[in-house]
Design a protein around this ligand. Structure first.
Ligand code: DGY
Length: 317
């Protein structure tokens, strides 16, 4: 018999088909019942698992109100910042996520942001779409090349290393900070800086690729931006709250950075309106893992993890 699982959002058709082939899957097509115990109980009646995604916070309240039948919470994401792991443990509920399978997609998005910011894509697109372009001139929209520059990576997990591999192909030198120094085989020649303060001054571009934790929340603030070159680029593919928006906005406004590329921002989906003012901001709506390959693989990872728990094994076994 298939395990009954509620998925809190719609997925691409092929992914929903895979869920339905292996689970008794019900997809919520509308709002998730936030803080509504009666609606939640009705939705999850008889369920063994639920699947959330970053906009659905699996917080203490949710864990407290899950029916006793629920033994696993899957999240259709690598990020776990929206899941209260302490509450999950307290309530004896397993958590599974989707590491590994979206590394390529997110690393590719980081390069898209880096190139978009360095080559002034926002201004270029606006100009060509305005119908006002007067033709090529040697002075038009001059950007920066990535080749020969140093890319600093803050957070050298799988995604950070995926970004490093791609940036090397563009001729960049890699520097990084991570909570732990990597083994030489994983470093692949990248220079390790044991503090962010040591890393920031050498960066021509900085990519934030860390998880959002208590330690990384608000990491990129005015003090740290002041350590960076005024010609530097900041890219965020991690979580919006790793950056202090007020400080990044002030730096862009005062020309203390060349440009920024953001796939994530605080308070998603509502972008701080001041960001719209900056032609040197290349911004995307959190599409880091949005490839069909990653979406399918994320689905399989969640399905496997949920079934492993409900069959009585451990996720990943
Ligand atoms: C992830 O998997 O964490 C992506 O950012 C989607 O939220």
């Amino acid at each position: 018999m298939k395990h009954k699982v509620v998925i809190g959002f719609r997925l691409p058709d092929d992914v929903e088909r895979e869920f339905s082939a292996r689970l008794d899957a019900r997809f919520v097509d509308g709002a998730w019942p936030r803080r509504d115990a009666t609606a939640l109980a009705a939705l999850l009646y008889g369920c063994g698992g639920i699947v959330v995604t970053p906009p659905i916070h699996a917080d203490e309240w949710l864990f407290e109100h899950l029916p006793a039948s629920v033994r696993v919470v899957g999240t259709y994401s690598v990020g776990l910042d929206h899941v209260d792991l302490v509450a999950a443990k307290k309530h004896g509920i397993a958590v599974v996520n989707t590491p590994d399978v979206l590394t390529d997609a997110v690393a590719e998005t980081a390069l898209l942001l880096l190139l978009g910011a360095a080559r002034r894509a926002t201004e270029s697109i606006a100009l060509i779409r305005s119908g006002q372009w007067q033709g090529w001139t040697p002075r038009q929209i001059i950007g920066q090349s990535l080749a020969g520059r140093t890319l600093g990576i803050y957070g050298m997990g799988r995604i950070g290393r995926g970004i490093a591999a791609r940036a090397r192909a563009f001729g960049m030198t890699i520097a990084y900070h991570n909570t732990r120094r990597l083994a030489p085989a994983l470093e692949e020649g990248a220079a390790y800086y044991d503090t962010p303060e040591a890393l920031l001054p050498v960066c021509d571009a900085l990519v934030l690729a860390c998880p959002l934790t208590a330690a990384t929340r608000g990491f990129l603030n005015a003090g740290r931006i002041a350590l960076m070159k005024p010609t530097a680029i900041v890219v965020n593919i991690a979580r919006g709250d790793v950056v202090v928006d007020d400080d990044l906005i002030a730096a862009l406004k005062e020309g203390r950075l060349f440009a920024a590329g953001l796939d994530v921002f605080s308070g998603e989906p509502r972008l701080d309106a001041r960001y719209y003012d900056f032609p040197n901001l290349f911004i995307l709506p959190h599409i880091g893992s949005s490839t069909i390959e990653a979406r399918l693989a994320m689905g399989r990872a969640v399905i496997d993890g949920v079934i492993a728990v409900l069959d009585g094994g451990n996720p990943g076994e």
